[in-house]
Ligand binder design. Structure first.
Ligand code: SF4
Length: 329
């Protein structure tokens, strides 16, 4: 198919969950997808306003792309759940990018709001498709193909996260290699997808975890029912879908199946600050965590050495607990 033009996708925020779907959708409609480089190549973060690191990265990556593409794709994600909403910054993300890029590039920013319509994602993509000249039939076909692709991609997630170099996690054409060695510890990492998988946010901490002998699991593998089971009895509802997912998955993993749980949070994230308080109180009521639990707060000043040192200490705690539990009394 002849290339119709270029769509730029900033490597930020929900890129770290939906990129496979976005890429296949645009390619099926004949557009070439260009993804921004990581900070490693650019080396400098653009400060647009006093914000959390993930939002600063969205601006930085958008600026990186603006002269290379015909459109930037920055959807206005209001809600990805029937009853719960995203952090308000997601709602304003396209406007912030528009301001930062000073109107030099067209932005595809259709709204996704699952509270209004169950098929809001499809509707949003059909509208985006129309802006790119695709009719409803072409848009639907491309979206269905993209959804199927995302489904298969997510099924292979645990292998990807444990076997691929972390900077290749979302290079969807790269084959996943065979497992090289057994890792004795099974550790859950929870947090917003961009905190978990953006190596510029987390200083590639998952690579450190793997080299310390940890097999990684993440909330990606959990079903809505498993999350719900952990949050349905809360006296106060968590309105943010990502916050609800974090709390639900965190308590799911704390209840068994792993040797420890690590919560990666963003400095200057109001939601994460509230979640930490909430988790602390809930743990207190339950008499503490039954397995080792670590909270790591990330910002642009976090250093890899400091994070790795804390992870090494955490590994010692998990190993000690494991060997104690083997002692028969
Ligand atoms: S949830 Fe927190 S880290 Fe994510 S965009 Fe909102 S403020 Fe930033």
């Amino acid at each position: 198919m002849e290339e119709k033009g270029r769509i730029g996708i900033p490597r930020a925020l929900m890129f770290y969950r939906y990129f496979p779907l976005w890429k296949v959708f645009f390619e099926e409609l004949g557009w070439r997808v260009i993804v921004s480089d990581g900070m490693g190549k650019r080396g400098k973060l653009i400060y647009f306003e006093d914000s959390c690191l993930p939002m600063k990265l969205l601006i930085t990556h958008s600026m990186d792309l603006k002269e290379k593409v015909d459109f930037l794709f920055v959807p206005r994600i209001v809600s990805l759940h029937r009853h719960f909403i995203m952090c308000p910054k997601f709602r304003g993300a396209p406007d912030i990018v528009r301001l930062a890029t000073e109107g030099t590039v067209s932005i595809l920013d259709e709204t996704i709001d699952h509270r209004t319509k169950k098929d809001s994602m499809l509707r949003s993509f059909l509208k985006t498709g129309r802006q790119l000249g695709a009719d409803e039939k072409e848009g639907k076909r491309a979206f269905q193909k993209a959804e199927q692709f995302l489904y298969h991609f997510q099924k292979g997630w645990e292998d990807r996260i444990n076997r691929l170099p972390l900077n290749q996690l979302f290079q969807i054409d790269v084959p996943v290699p065979e497992e090289k060695k057994e890792r004795p510890l099974r550790v859950a990492f929870v947090g917003h997808p961009y905190n978990l998988f953006d190596t510029d946010v987390n200083k590639d901490i998952l690579s450190s975890a793997r080299s310390l002998g940890m097999r990684i699991v993440t909330p990606e593998g959990l079903s809505e029912n498993e999350i719900s089971a952990q949050v349905s009895d809360l006296s106060k509802e968590i309105y943010w879908s990502s916050g609800r997912e974090i709390v639900g998955s965190l308590f799911h993993f704390l209840s068994g199946g792993v040797d420890g749980v690590v919560f990666l949070t963003s400095f200057k994230c109001g939601i994460d600050a509230l979640l930490q308080e909430f988790i602390k109180r809930r743990l207190k009521v339950r008499g503490g965590a039954s397995i080792p639990f670590l909270v790591l707060t990330l910002d642009e000043h976090s250093g890899r050495e400091g994070l790795t040192t804390r992870l090494e200490a955490f590994k010692d705690v998990m190993e000690e607990r494991k060997s104690n539990s083997r002692i028969v009394t």
